[in-house]
Ligand binder design. Structure first.
Ligand code: SF4
Length: 367
């Protein structure tokens, strides 16, 4: 099956699951998108979703995105976001009500890295505050704890929240840590395992598939790092269009080489697990090594620290990854397998719903 056929096949499944979620939940699934240390790049990435697009998906789902700060503008009311106010004032009311009041939270999406260190004279987490409550800045780490304990599912979207990313790179004076570590440090237990969607940014279609799954009440199969297996079982190197050049020892000397392998220029595709080379990006058009630059390893758990850096230094011991030979892994987690897993994750959620006659709502613990 060609990738374009896979993409359109995929789109129908996702849209159908979203539609069923909307029916099952009566349009009352409450989502909070909590920003922490980051650049909102994953929200921007979500705006590029194509299978279906973000607006279509949320309309199908009838989700109530009670707080999603970058999309809440004073002039542009998206309808499904509690917009209409500036982010400096009334828009924070739904967030505070969800964290400190009785407003429900079904799915908590975290974008950005929790900073759990204490600045001089401050409390843990005071490096990052969001809005005010009772005349005082609200500590984002405290918001995370309140919301994560309340939500049925916590989804760490993007490298920062899943693995720390750039804010947690070496140096790290604010003690930025992954969501899982922040919650563990605070002693907060979640109702379901935190789902980690690695990537700088996170892939929008993978995020929609994951949200479709949890909104049906079923978590996707996760690996030992909390990542959906459907999207993180594949080595980028295996599906790279320059793989043939790698095999022939045909290595690029410059980044404008149209066919040569970028390994000697520092490509991290051989040590990075993700389905980038399977589903690709921008509606299945391409991905990093196909478009020109190398893979930077932005979905590797250590990014941007070694072994993904120094960026322009070739990875040594290329054939070995986690003790396995790259070529062996290729035989196990081929392109077809990874695509089938992705579609299967959605289909299984639909099948379970059909069997039970109703979807397990994600709202269970939102009181
Ligand atoms: Fe592609 Fe990089 Fe692997 Fe070369 S090293 S085949 S450019 S992923």
């Amino acid at each position: 099956m060609g990738i374009s056929a896979v993409v359109s096949f995929y789109a129908g499944d996702i849209r159908k699951v979203f539609a069923q979620s909307g029916e099952a939940n009566g349009g009352k699934v409450h989502l909070i998108w909590l920003p922490m240390a980051g650049d909102s790049g994953c929200t921007i990435s979500m705006l590029q979703a194509s299978n279906p697009d973000l607006i279509g998906a949320v309309e199908d789902l009838q989700v109530s995105a009670d707080f999603w700060q970058p999309l809440m503008t004073p002039d542009y009311d998206l309808g499904w976001v509690s917009a209409g106010y500036t982010t400096e004032d009334r828009s924070q009311v739904p967030l505070m009500n969800a964290a400190f009041g009785n407003a429900p939270v079904d799915v908590l999406v975290v974008e950005g890295t929790p900073q759990i260190g204490a600045p001089p004279g401050g409390a843990p987490g005071d490096y990052c505050t969001i809005g005010e409550r009772n005349g005082r800045p609200v500590n984002a780490y405290e918001l995370l704890q309140k919301l994560a304990a309340k939500a049925s599912y916590v989804v760490a979207v993007g490298q920062c929240s899943a693995f720390g990313g750039i804010p947690a790179a070496r140096g790290n004076v604010t003690h930025a840590v992954p969501v899982t570590e922040a919650l563990k440090t605070a002693g907060v237990a979640t109702k379901n395992p935190v789902i980690n969607l690695a990537g700088c940014p996170a892939h929008p279609d993978w995020t929609l598939v994951t949200l479709a799954s949890v909104l049906q009440g079923f978590a996707p199969d996760l690996d030992e790092l909390g990542r959906p297996k459907a999207f993180f079982s594949h080595i980028i190197h295996d599906g790279c269009p320059r793989r043939g050049a790698y095999g022939k020892g045909q290595f690029a000397q410059t980044f404008d080489d149209p066919v040569g392998c970028f390994w000697k220029l520092g490509c991290k595709g051989p040590i990075t697990q993700s389905a980038c080379s399977v589903t690709k990006w921008n509606g299945g058009i391409g991905f990093c090594t196909q478009s020109g630059p190398m893979c930077w390893g932005c979905m590797h758990p250590n990014f941007p620290d070694p072994p993904t850096s120094p960026f322009f230094t070739q990875v040594e011991l290329v054939p070995a990854y986690l003790g396995l030979n790259v070529d062996t892994i290729a035989g196990v987690a081929g392109v077809g397998v990874a695509v089938a897993l992705g579609a299967h994750a959605v289909r299984r959620a639909m099948k379970k719903r059909d069997e039970t006659g109703t979807s397990k709502k994600t709202k269970g613990g939102s009181q």
